[in-house]
Design a protein around this ligand. Sequence first.
Ligand code: UDP
Length: 292
Amino acid sequence: MKPGDFSPSNSKYKKSGREKERNVSSLQIAVPAPQSFRTVTIGRLPTAVVTAEEMAAQMVADCVAARKARANGQPLRPKVVFSSNGQGVSLAGDDADFRAIMLQADMIHADGMSVVFASRLLGKPLPERVATTDFFHNAARSASLTGLRFYMLGASEAQNLRACQAVKAMYPDLQIVGRRNGYFSRDDEEAICKDIVASGADILWIALGKPKQEEFCVRNREMLRGVGWLKTCGGLYAFLAGADKRAPLWMQKAGFEWAYRACQNPGRLAWRYLSTNPRAFAAMLFASQEQR
Ligand code: UDP
């Protein structure tokens, strides 16, 4: 499939997904046994003690298990993987419903540097920040090697298309079996989920922003039986499409990536960070005291 092959509907991808569905043994790699990671509670969210490479290995293991179950006619409920950052911690602190949704995840990883700093304060340091924007590339490399398939949901039609094209150019062996923009109504969700399952996707990337994307996962988990992982990814497609730029590495490491993002999109993000950062800081401090 060439980079320009992405049509607005994903019908053409379904066939290739289905064809390969029968060939579970095409995943010829040493797959680690599924495991559960230790967690540290930060800002009331149990955050996995995990590196990006361990997470990618877990993704492969879970998706292979999901494929085998699917091939045996007993599709599993997908694993749900959410991320924690300042905005998420702030929302989870203020909104019990959002917190309850977050707690349904099989794994929450430290997407923001502030979460890693809080873990250090706590004396239970996380091994590293696993920013979704970086993890996507660990996942894409692993999926290219193992034959796992991506479905890209979310963002505007143009940005979704550009992101898929860019990913395909970066990872020619990666199978993107479907894509769809993120602007739809609740009534559309059943058809969308059927389409995703029919595509044979192993990993569904969901970029609808917080809290929509987390709500989507929990609400539709049952309908998405057969998919291996549901992974939320917020503003990822803007980076993949080249619309947004990552902050310099020193800013990422210092925990100021949010400031860089806010400068790029002040209208949309400045208020978000100004309002959620203080609350996130307080929630993380509270969690630190709670655990000492
Ligand atoms: N979005 C969407 N459907 C919606 C609302 C938002 O697809 O109904 C997309 C939006 O186009 C953007 C992403 O969700 O691509 C949200 O990005 P944001 O930067 O807010 O995510 P973050 O990484 O900061 O959580």
